[in-house]
Design a binder for this molecule. Structure first.
Ligand SMILES: Nc1ncnc2c1ncn2[C@@H]1O[C@H](COP(=O)(O)OP(=O)(O)OP(=O)(O)O)[C@@H](O)[C@H]1O
Ligand SMILES: [Mg+2]
Length: 265
């Protein structure tokens, strides 16, 4: 599938979805969370951001995570990707139990096997666009695959801006650089926290297609946090979070079914 679910349907074409979507997922577990709880603070100021969440993301699937502001989406992504450690519970990337890794091992795992697009871009201000994009390769001692780098840079529409610094870019352009940086290492799994929030619809479409194709063409796994029902329509399923818990899942989400579900959340 290369188009969002809604577009496939409204274009009057047979839904490619049925042929490619396997409810149980086409592969083994990419990431598994078991009874994951994350609390912040203590005493009366204590906040339970994730409340005993268990979930499996299958390899080669594209999942949208949705939920109101403060429902725990970013916390979920940070715990699932090894950026943050849960207060209790287990997170596994493939067969690797992240809780058993030392800090340096966890850092290496994130660099080599995980791509992350942050809600706030997190670009290095002193580095130009090309250096920012290739930073994970540099840190991992890997050489850039020039063909893939060129492809990714073109797809996010940043080819003309490789020598610009982040401060010279708009928010949306910085976000596109962050997406390219997450994809350049071809990680097993890409976590993206609202990567299209600052983008115009056309550029958002490019970014979502890039993520979709990462799944369809190379079997990577994508987990996307979004508030946008049309963005969720690119995913195989939409998972709804409320007050730190997963409360529902929609298969083959369309903008309409997501909106509908959202209203009763
Ligand atoms: N570092 C932190 N310290 C204390 N509380 C935190 C911290 N990070 C998140 N929280 C709290 O945990 C809850 C979940 O936050 P989280 O950022 O995961 O929500 P979110 O669903 O990503 O929201 P948004 O859509 O606004 O990005 C919120 O109540 C938030 O205030
Ligand atoms: Mg968030």
């Amino acid at each position: 599938m290369t188009a969002p679910n809604a577009v496939t349907a409204t274009a009057g074409q047979p839904a490619a979805y049925a042929a490619t979507h396997h409810p149980a997922g086409p592969g083994g577990a990419a990431v598994t969370l078991e009874r994951v709880t994350k609390t912040y603070g203590s005493g009366r100021g204590r906040v339970t951001a994730l409340d005993n969440v268990s979930w499996t993301f299958r390899r080669g699937t594209f999942t949208a995570i949705m939920g109101a502001s403060g429902s725990g989406k970013s916390t979920f992504l940070h715990c699932a990707s090894g950026l943050d450690r849960p207060t209790s519970g287990t997170v596994r990337l493939g067969a690797t139990d992240l809780g058993e890794l030392k800090e340096t091992e966890l850092t290496r795992l994130r660099r080599d096997r995980v791509g992350f697009v942050f809600q706030g871009y997190n670009l290095v201000p002193s580095m130009d666009v090309e250096r920012n994009i290739t930073l994970p390769l540099f840190l991992g001692g890997r050489r850039a695959d020039r063909q893939w780098l060129t492809e990714v840079v073109h797809r996010v529409g940043m080819a003309e801006r490789l020598d610009h610094k982040p401060s010279q870019l708009s928010g949306g352009q910085q976000q596109r650089v962050a997406v390219a940086r997450a994809l350049v290492t071809r990680p097993e799994i890409v976590f993206a926290d609202e990567p299209t929030a600052a983008l115009d619809p056309r550029t958002a479409g490019h970014v979502l297609r890039l993520l979709r194709e990462a799944v369809d063409a190379t079997g990577q796994t994508v987990v996307l946090v979004t508030h946008d029902p049309t963005a969720a329509a690119w995913a195989d399923s939409a998972v709804f979070l409320s007050e730190g818990r997963i409360v529902d899942e929609l298969a083959a989400p369309t903008a309409a079914t997501v909106l509908n579900r959202w209203e009763t959340l």
